[in-house]
Write a new protein. Sequence first.
Lengths: 261, 415
Amino acid sequence: MLTSETVRLPSGRSWHVFGGGTGAPLLWLHGPRGVDAADPLLEVLAARHRIIAPLAPGFTDLAELDEIDSVHELALDYDDLLRGLKLPALPIVGHSFGAMTAAELAAHFPERASRLVLLAPVGLWNDAYPVADLFAVPSAQMDDVLWHDRAARDAYAARMAAAQEDKVEQMIAVTRNLTALTKYLWPIPDKGLHRRLRRIAAPTLVMFGTADAFVPARYGEDFKKAIAGAEATVIDGAGHMLPYEKTPEIAAAIERFLARN
Amino acid sequence: MKFHFFHLMPYPNLPPDFRDKYPSVWVDVPADLFDPEQGNRSYAEYLDELEYADTVGFDGICVNEHHQNAYGLMPSPNLMAAALARRTTRAKLVVMGNSVALYNPPTRVAEEMAMLDVMSGGRLVAGFPVGTPQDTVFAYGQSPATLREKYREGVGLVMRAWREPKVFSFNGKYTQLRYVNVWPRPVQKPHPPVWVPGGASVETWDWCVENDFLYANLSYFGYQEAQKVLDGYWACVDRHNLPRNPYRAGFLQFVGVADSDAEAERLYGEHAKYFYRNCLHVAGGYVNPPGYTSIATIRAGIESQIARIAGRANARAEIATLTWKDFVDRGYVVAGSPDTVVAKLTELGDKLNVGHLMVLLHFGNMPRDTTLYNTTRFAKEIMPRLRSRFGDWEDKWWPKDEIAHPAQPQPAAVA
């Protein structure tokens, strides 16, 4: 179970940061639903790493977005946090929007990342295989786009319900988090990342599920081509929420990649 | 009470199986359903109808802005208002309005509206809607996270561009301009009255009241369903310690006048069905993207009218099954004999306390003759009986500075 704390920076900006585990630090940048204190993937990674999992701007309070006008300022915001936490270069693992943020951070500040793992990253665009318009999916059907594995989806929903029992507050949290995403992903999620990926210096692993209905797995090859030396793999039969659908496989792949010389 | 003839300019020839065959009337409505020759006839008819409303005594004639929408053929309401400025002389031109966040820079709105005010001799009412998510978020690519902030900054810029007597610089978050200096300048000083058509956002009410803008609830679901929205607005007016002047509110209502209630169904029933079945057939995903509705509005339990029907599968299916009796019983459409219509509009005025009544007398695919008939009867038999309502209140949201003898069209003869 991760614990959370509020980190106040000299600028006045405060961050809600989840943490746990022991070992070398690892930065986790979450996907569309925020940080889950009982995240099973992080539980595995926490055996060998000190997990630092900040909530993306807007996920605590939409007013946080007022001072962040673009992905450039988003990268600066994370740089401020890492500076405030006095963290050295460290592995950065991100999922979905968090993987896009990880790529932006590593492209803006190449020295921040020692390794980069991008799980189903958004951030690129190809007319031939467009990213699905998640924001035009009625909320009741959104999980059909994000998930492929029904059991994993139900288990995740149960954990979310346990963390927040009030149904209205649950819905408001989902809406708030998606609103924060629209600031960067709307209407086309590539905000110039394709021009910046070349700046990433860290060894990079990109993973997609073959059944990702939000970001087609073909984007894995596009990330691989744009980042020097990057590797791309696909996980059979996983959807966009692959960290929770194929947790042991993803955890093992991350550990192998981080342990490599 | 003032009366305004509102036209949506719907495309009248959607196929009978439109609902079953196509997902949405808005955003991704198929291009091949549009026949330019039909469009040509429709624009001519619809402008005729608006011009006719001017001649029979309506206070205002209203046009509005929608994009990629088969029930609103007005991506640019300003083009329609420009045509009307030349061919009308009395009715105010109520442009309801320009979605300011969609114009770059927003001073374009200040310029075009100033042109309309000058061309019409000072008859412009300037409407500034946020715009529906279908128009703004989906058709025009605005992020719902920043749409409202951008809109408010833009409206602030337009107002300042009209008010300030000298060139100024504008250093905004969404717009930066070194030289703002709108030419031509509006006839009305310091600017035309501002109306804000809104669905139902709690923060819009405060903003309207604080800025002295009229708040108009543009609904297709009639006065009975609008009670909660108008109650919220008037409670907001109370909180600001202002009198409940009915002229700071507007409301839109479908109305059909006939010899009898049964005759109303015969004349208007089919066209009302066309509107509710086809024109409100909007794909559920386009009506409520995350962030469009503020968290405060979600907490207040208020839902936009389109979201309410399109966002819920059961309501979406139900709308296609509604009968004329349902439309009338629920107040979506006020229709019947003049006595029936007067009674219901009296009830509307009492309950909602609105001084500016906008009426939709053209429904869906209504032909010109029926529209003109309905318009004539409304003007001659309904308006005079309601005109004196709210007569004790001063209407401060209405054009005042008109040019006494504005230039008229003078077709030049061949020399």
